[in-house]
Design a protein. Structure first.
Length: 631
């Protein structure tokens, strides 16, 4: 215990120190409006094909910048010409590692006229030191790259909205609207249906036909679902069990894709990551736009090497490491959030030319072996990939398998709606994190079965509207609330909603894993015991810990009529800090299937009848209001 408390305290100290560091986000010149930043990864060899352009983002009327990142072991010399006003500027940095910090303001050069040759050099493995700003009227640029270790090469830099008009049309909202000022209103019908159909500040698709919904429980099946979405073929389970990242993949029936979307907290360079990178490369070589959103602080060296190299070799692979960077005027809690606020939204999605072949998978899984297999693959023959170990500890090489769940859906309209949401997040204003052109909501009447809504939460922008959604659902339940959540640390408003539900006779069942591994395990253990102390005698509480398997599924079922499969944990972090997403489904059959999964977890769990709070340093630290909100 002493070791755990010491390490946890050390982690808090590191968080505090990191929170004092200045922002790493490239910023535009004041007064020039919103800014969208794309990242162009450059190595010495250049792309696999010279006819596939790099696409920079942003809507046509928005200031756009390209942050240049070097993977080259030697200096790169750059020359760029644009068809409109542009400039190359240096960003003040103290080092070239992933923790680069701005230390000295550097004068910003004036804008150069169209056709002007701009020249600069990029130091070895420099990250975001050099920024290419382009004016709204720029449609493209030509970049020439030279190094001392390889022949020179050229990359065409093109505005995505012009170079990929079909994708731009599919990702654009149906009509302009300001989502953050949408009134919270309900519609006619019963309380649960009204909560589902309500128009709210949370980014939600309109209620749409859910179509065919498949729960992905088995990890191998979840992997095969993605393989099939990208290649058109499944891989035999025995072949996947071999753990060979070079296993044969058959693309003869692969769909033509406009875009592929990946969003994860953890995107690992292991067996699952290597397979994914190979499939993404095949499509990117054919011009498919690949958008990857991952939490920067959880990308290890091998992870960065795998996916940054993929982006350098295939320019339509767009890698966006998410790291929250508050503005100087934000309060102390927002400054501290830099150390822990993450992209926790989980999504894999393909946008196919034939809409019937589009696929979307969302839920709790990270893209890492431990969420797919009970034992690690033997990757000792592949030194560039992570080799996990099953011994005790909590390093990034320790293997702890997770019991998880996702939902796959194929309804074209629903997938198109999610694409619009994700594009708005992707093309967000770099200085405020405010998404652009959020899709308008259409509140509908009635309580039709078989409808679904995807939601995407940016709590520091939308006023924590996801919390209000959950409160409305808790308040609407009349018979039962069933929950599977790895973490249980309710916000005060959700706890009050739970109190109201129990008081009016609603049956509540909740399954979690009481004891956690990892550097934050002592804090989670304390919070779970605190919850058990307050609620174990009022609700049905269960502890899932089957062998070394840890519960990671997030399922919420209300009155066995409405189900949520989501990335959201029932904790303050998910509602106050992290990007989250989920699918709300108003359908009795799907709700029953989701509740059956909770039944299965409970059958494999142990009942919890009381919780005992352990005194000590953790309890003292938990007296801190802002620290409690981190978990």
């Amino acid at each position: 215990m002493q070791r755990g408390v010491f390490l946890s305290g050390l982690a808090i100290l590191v968080m505090a120190l990191v929170s004092c560091a200045p922002s790493t986000r490239p910023v535009g010149v004041p007064g020039e409006g919103a800014l969208v930043v794309s990242r162009l990864y450059l190595d010495a060899q250049g792309p696999v094909r010279d006819d596939v352009p790099f696409l920079f983002g942003g809507r046509e009327a928005v200031q756009a910048s390209v942050a240049l990142r070097s993977l080259s072991p030697s200096r790169l010399t750059l020359q760029v010409q644009c068809d409109g006003p542009a400039r190359l500027r240096q960003a003040g940095r103290s080092s070239s590692g992933p923790g680069d910090q701005a230390v000295t303001p550097i004068p910003v050069p004036v804008w150069a006229a169209a056709g002007t040759s701009l020249q600069a050099s990029l130091a070895s493995r420099a990250r975001d030191r050099l920024i290419l700003d382009v004016a709204p009227q720029v449609s493209g640029c030509n970049l020439n790259v030279q190094s001392a270790v390889a022949p020179s090469y050229a990359i065409s830099i093109e505005r995505e909205a012009l170079a990929r008009p079909r994708l731009a049309a599919r990702e654009a909202p149906g009509m302009p609207g300001e989502p953050w000022q949408a009134a919270h209103r309900t519609v006619e019908g019963d309380a649960l249906a009204a909560a589902f159909h309500a128009n709210r500040p949370l980014a939600m698709t309109a209620p749409l036909d859910a179509g065919s919904l498949r729960l992905l429980v088995d990890g191998t099946e979840a992997l095969n679902a993605r393989i099939e979405a990208l290649t058109g073929r499944r891989v035999p389970e025995a072949v996947l069990a071999s753990g060979d990242p070079t296993l044969p993949l058959d693309f003869s029936n692969a769909p033509q894709l406009d875009a592929i979307y990946l969003s994860y907290l953890i995107l690992a360079a292991d067996f699952s990551g290597a397979l994914m990178a190979r499939m993404l490369a095949w499509h990117a070589e054919r011009g498919t736009v690949v958008r990857i959103l991952a939490s920067e602080t959880l990308l290890s060296g091998p992870d960065r090497a795998l996916f940054e190299t993929l982006a350098a070799r295939y320019p339509t692979v767009q890698l966006q490491p998410f790291r929250f960077a508050p503005r100087l005027g934000d309060g102390a809690e927002e400054q501290a959030a830099r150390a822990h606020r993450s992209n926790h939204a989980k999504m894999f999605m393909t946008l196919a030319r034939d809409p019937a072949r589009s696929r979307a998978i969302i839920g709790g899984r990270n893209w890492q072996e431990a969420y797919l297999f009970a034992e690690p693959r033997d990757l000792s023959a592949f030194p560039a990939l992570r080799q996990y170990f099953t011994g005790p500890g909590w390093s990034w090489l320790d293997f702890h398998p997770y019991e998880d769940i996702e939902v796959e859906f194929t309804a074209p309209d629903l997938i198109e709606g999610v694409a619009v949401q994700f594009a708005a997040l992707w093309h967000r204003d770099n200085s405020t994190d405010r998404p652009f052109d959020w899709p308008p909501q259409v509140a509908t009447a009635g309580s039709a079965q078989g409808q679904a809504r995807h939601f995407l939460s940016v709590p520091w922008i939308d006023g924590r509207a996801q919390e209000t959604l959950f409160i409305d659902l808790f308040d609407a339940a009349r018979e039962s609330i069933e929950i599977a959540s790895p973490f249980v640390h309710l916000t005060p408003r959700i706890e009050a909603a739970l109190e109201r539900a129990v008081s009016r006779g609603v049956s509540v069942r909740l399954v979690t894993t009481m004891d956690r591994t990892g550097p934050d395990g002592w804090f989670i253990d304390y919070l779970h015991r605190e919850f058990a102390r307050d609620w174990a005698d009022r609700i049905e509480l269960h502890d899932f810990h089957e062998g070394n398997m840890i519960l990671h599924a997030k399922i919420f079922v209300f009155d066995r009529r409405l189900a949520l499969i989501t990335s959201t944990n029932l904790n303050q972090r998910s509602f106050f800090h992290d990007l989250e997403n989920g699918l709300a489904v108003l359908d009795r059959r799907f709700a029953a299937r989701s509740a059956a999964m909770i039944d299965d977890y409970i059958a494999r769990a142990q009942p919890v009848h009381e919780g005992q709070i352990r005194p000590g340093i953790v309890g003292l630290l938990m007296n801190s209001h802002w620290l409690r909100r981190v978990f």
